[in-house]
Design a protein. Sequence first.
Length: 194
Amino acid sequence: MGALAVALALVCGWLAPAAVRAEVAEVTQLRLERSEEGVLLSASVRFELPPPVEDALLKGIPMFFVADASLLRDRWYWYDKHVAGASRYMRLSYQPLTRRWRLQVSHEPIGNSVLALGQSFDSQDEAMAAIQHLSRWKIAELADLEPDARYSVDFRFRLDVSQLPRPFQIGAVGQSDWSLSAARTQRLALESVR
């Protein structure tokens, strides 16, 4: 009976970390507002970097995150119509020599020829906070909205492994530790559009 209890405790101990890893990221807050500037999105995403991702970062390999937002108009007869959308690409890197974190943000995939807004941080926590919180991000123009239509916004956040160096892409395929994503859909509040 004692051996059975020990075996059960070991199995539960192995399953508990797997259950914790299964839910890696979650959208904890999603707020939409209509203003004179357009449709603005504010969001908070909570996640912990998986150990292989954090290890690669600390060795100087940059990680790429993508936030996508789609404005959809309700249709009763077919799929909802995509009206507008926006993407935000973020590149997080660590410089081991200076021990500083660098975050670049752009509306296009970050490469050699893309201009991106850059910011430096003293700690990993500060850099991660900047990635995890989006504030008043413009995803659509007011002109895109019809006064009597109903809309919803589909928000997605993910780690983009397709921009990693080729050896990491090969190693990341099929690995749950390299799968980091969260999604949430929310209805845009009905109000008169001026």
